[in-house]
Design a protein around this ligand. Structure first.
Ligand SMILES: *[C@@H]1O[C@H](CO)[C@@H](O)[C@H](O)[C@H]1NC(C)=O
Length: 368
């Protein structure tokens, strides 16, 4: 005995309707996206023209959903990209407007990228810290102002925080050290002031910390040296004072250290120059003093070492000529004196590397 025909038909219809509803994004996510769009204005490419229809998971430019839950997971809008839409328009992206707090209703969001649109202004909505799954927040290259939300540390899954090239002011919020998944912290070229939190060393996953071109003051916290994975540290062009913590010289994977254009004083730690892993070191334009430590040797391998515009005295240590490799060396604008050692690392260096010292001599300068 079979089931009645009309029962079968209505069951199939119901199943189809359920399947279709499950396949589309929830109306609440769609509405949140539309409110987010309404606060932005993108006049040249028309990317938001694709944001129509009920299913925001398909064909909405830059939007993607979790395939199982159909919740909006990623909103990725880059103003500089290889996408054909840019080639067709023959220009890079431009957007005005601001980031609507309605984005915080997308509570399954893992990635928010709104990068290089040049003119998005306003503040980062403080409710952003209530997005429990947020892993990537990338707002580089806009005109975003205001401060980093005070409770940013709540974003326990955040791996990338990139707010570089904006107008963000105020201090680094103390809670930032609680971002225990954070790998990339990129805040260069903003108006950040105040001191770097002394317990920054708690960011144990961090491999890149770029904070150049701000107005940061205070000294370099020695706890930074506890960040085992840190490979790239850039604090250049700030107003940082004090001495360079010697512990930086014993960091296992640090390969780029840019501390140039600050107000650092005291001597250059010996450990920094004897560290075999460091390949780019810029300490130019500080108030570093004392002699260049005589700690170079066959393990010395620098692609760039710039110590120019300091108050270094004494002579260039002979051991520097036994270095394995020195690409770019700049010792100009110091108070060095005496003969320039000869040896292969010095063969390709020009006079400008040694200019404006007290009494250096020998190739490539005048003979002694
Ligand atoms: C080091 O920093 C100075 C000052 O900020 C800059 O002018 C110079 O180009 C940098 N050196 C290298 C080798 O990049």
């Amino acid at each position: 005995m079979g089931l009645p025909q009309n029962f079968l038909v209505s069951s199939v219809t119901l199943l189809l309707a359920v399947a279709m509803a499950v396949n589309a994004c929830p109306p609440s996510d769609r509405e949140a996206l539309l409110a987010f769009r309404a606060a932005l204005n993108e006049p040249y490419l028309g990317i938001f023209n694709t944001w129509s229809g009920t299913d925001c998971c398909t064909k909405w430019y830059g939007v993607s959903c979790n395939p199982e839950t159909k919740r909006v997971a990623d909103v990725i809008l880059r103003g500089e990209s290889e996408d054909p839409i840019f080639e067709k328009a023959g220009r890079s992206g431009y957007m005005t407007g601001s980031i609507s707090p309605s984005v915080c209703k997308l509570d399954s969001l893992t990635t928010l990228v709104l990068a290089d649109w040049k003119d998005i202004s306003g503040e980062i909505p403080s409710c952003i810290t209530s997005l429990p799954n947020l892993r990537i927040l990338d707002l580089i290259g806009n005109k975003i102002s205001g401060q980093i939300p005070a409770d940013i540390g709540k974003l326990s899954r955040l791996t990338v925080l990139n707010l570089a090239d904006n107008r963000i002011a105020g201090a680094l919020p103390p809670s930032i050290v609680n971002l225990n998944s954070l790998m990339h912290l990129e805040l260069s070229n903003n108006k950040l002031s105040g001191e770097i939190p002394s317990d920054i060393g708690k960011l144990s996953m961090m491999s890149r910390a770029l904070l150049s071109r701000n107005q940061l003051t205070g000294s370099i916290p020695s706890s930074i040296a506890n960040i085992y994975r840190l490979a790239d540290l850039d604090l250049s062009m700030n107003q940082i004072t004090g001495s360079i913590p010697a512990q930086l010289g014993s960091m296992p994977v640090l390969s780029t250290l840019n501390l140039d254009s600050n107000q650092l004083s005291s001597e250059i730690p010996t450990s920094l120059l004897s560290n075999g892993g460091l390949s780019i070191l810029n300490l130019s334009r500080n108030s570093l003093e004392g002699n260049l430590p005589d700690v170079f040797g066959p393990k010395t391998y620098f692609t760039q070492i710039d110590l120019s515009y300091n108050n270094l005295r004494g002579s260039i240590p002979k051991s520097l000529s036994s270095a394995k490799y020195i690409g770019h060396l700049d010792l100009s604008h110091n108070h060095l004196c005496g003969p320039i050692p000869d040896g292969s690392p010095f063969d390709h260096l020009e006079a400008s590397s040694f200019a404006n010292n007290d009494c250096l001599c020998g190739m490539p300068l005048r003979t002694c």
